[in-house]
Design a protein around this ligand. Structure first.
Ligand SMILES: Nc1nc2c(ncn2[C@@H]2O[C@H](COP(=O)(O)OP(=O)(O)OP(=O)(O)O)[C@@H](O)[C@H]2O)c(=O)[nH]1
Ligand SMILES: [Mg+2]
Length: 376
């Protein structure tokens, strides 16, 4: 994919926010092996109903597409099917939006049966509403006036097929969910025989180091890589943190800004493990200049999942990129901006302060004061 990115700068947004979002969109293009050839941003509050950006800007965009020989144009915001159609006609290039890209990445990354089912469900749910209206357009094209044109019939058939498939996948996922629940019950029965235990879910923005932290905490090697959405499946692993406390750690799929709601819906079976967690380790990339915004995004998604009530520990990871030794974290001031949430600095890669984090989990469970950013 040779892509041009398009963003709209809306009222109330700062220039920084718009470009941050566009840059992340570029990261998504690269995650599917594409290349970014150019960017176009328009200041606009209300999208044009037929082309999203203004007609004049479509002309500029066209020149940019032809000039760079791009074959795809990616919009940072959701487009309607008719906007996609109109833009494709004018630009003679494939037109996508952010949700299309995220779905494509998930499709490529899905390995297990469960992940594949969840991604397929998300894609179908993304497509279904797009079929309404499409039929009408097809009929108009075919010259049908009033009643149901041939296009509408075609769309109706496709809709029925989709609905059937959606129903089937949901049933299969229910089965998966049931099996998972039973597995968890068994595991918990096992663990509880051995004394106190807690469930800790590792959650956060994509690529912040959740899987690396999982490895540092449990020794369990999980797939980690410097790419967006390396992890799609949850993995659980347990260890004694102290002789009187065992912890079940769960690594989860990463979040991203403007995550398509269909994906959140579809991944509920996987994310159920977070629901049952006693503590959420909210991992943050401390070396990312936009770490604070990303915390807000993650909290927004947790809220959508009704998980905002679960106790959190903010884990500032990758501090080895900011300071040269574990002692120097006292010069960092991230915690000042989030002082109302227990937080800690670590480096999952260098295994800095992992014991401090375990200690903090212990004290959170045992009810002692956890408001200390760097326990010794
Ligand atoms: N410098 C440094 N890099 C780290 C640290 N922790 C993780 N990384 C790197 O960050 C990248 C992402 O790590 P992952 O553990 O895969 O991140 P993740 O949050 O699981 O990512 P997704 O599963 O894609 O959401 C990898 O290249 C890691 O090597 C750290 O403490 N310091
Ligand atoms: Mg991961």
């Amino acid at each position: 994919m040779r892509a041009i990115l398009v963003g709209v700068w809306k009222k109330g947004e700062t220039k920084g926010e718009v470009y941050q979002s566009i840059n992340e969109l570029g990261g998504l293009v690269e995650a599917v092996g594409g290349k970014v050839l150019g960017k176009l941003v328009q200041k606009r509050d209300i999208p044009d109903p037929s082309t999203y950006i203004g007609k004049g800007r479509v002309e500029d965009l066209n020149l940019l597409v032809q000039g760079t020989k791009a074959n795809a144009v990616v919009f940072d915001d959701p487009l309607t099917p008719s906007q996609v159609k109109e833009l494709e006609k004018r630009l003679r290039a494939k037109v996508l939006d952010r949700a299309d890209l995220v779905l494509e990445i998930f499709t490529r990354r899905a390995r297990t049966k469960e992940a594949k089912l969840q991604v397929e469900l998300a894609k179908l749910q993304h497509e279904l509403p797009r079929l309404y209206g499409k039929g009408k357009a097809l009929s108009r094209q075919a010259g049908g006036i009033g009643g149901r044109g041939p296009g509408e019939q075609e769309a109706e058939i496709r809709r029925r097929i989709l609905k059937k498939r959606i129903h089937k996948i949901k049933q299969e996922l229910e089965e998966v969910k049931k099996r998972r629940r039973e597995q968890r019950k068994r595991r918990i029965k096992e663990v509880s025989k051995e004394g106190d235990f807690v469930r800790v879910a590792i959650v956060g923005y994509t690529n912040v180091g959740k899987s690396t932290l999982m490895k540092a905490l449990t020794g369990r090697d999980v797939f980690k890589k410097n790419m967006l959405f390396a992890t799609l499946d949850t993995t659980t692993s347990s260890r004694y943190v102290y002789p009187d406390l065992k912890v079940l750690f769960t690594d989860t799929v990463g979040f991203i800004n403007k995550l398509p709601t269909e994906l959140i819906e579809a991944f509920k079976a996987t994310l159920e493990e977070i629901e049952e967690a006693d503590i959420i380790l909210h991992v943050v990339d401390a070396s990312d200049p936009k770490w604070l915004e990303k915390i807000e995004t993650v909290n927004g998604i947790l809220k959508k999942l009704n998980l905002e009530g679960v106790k959190q520990i903010l884990v500032f990871n990758k501090v080895d990129r900011l300071v040269s030794s574990p002692e120097e974290v006292e010069f960092l001031d991230h915690s000042m901006l989030v002082s109302d949430i227990p937080n800690i600095y670590v480096s999952a890669e260098k295994k800095w302060n992992i014991n401090g984090l375990l200690n903090m989990i212990y004290r959170t469970v045992k009810g002692e004061n956890a408001f200390q950013s760097f326990p010794s």
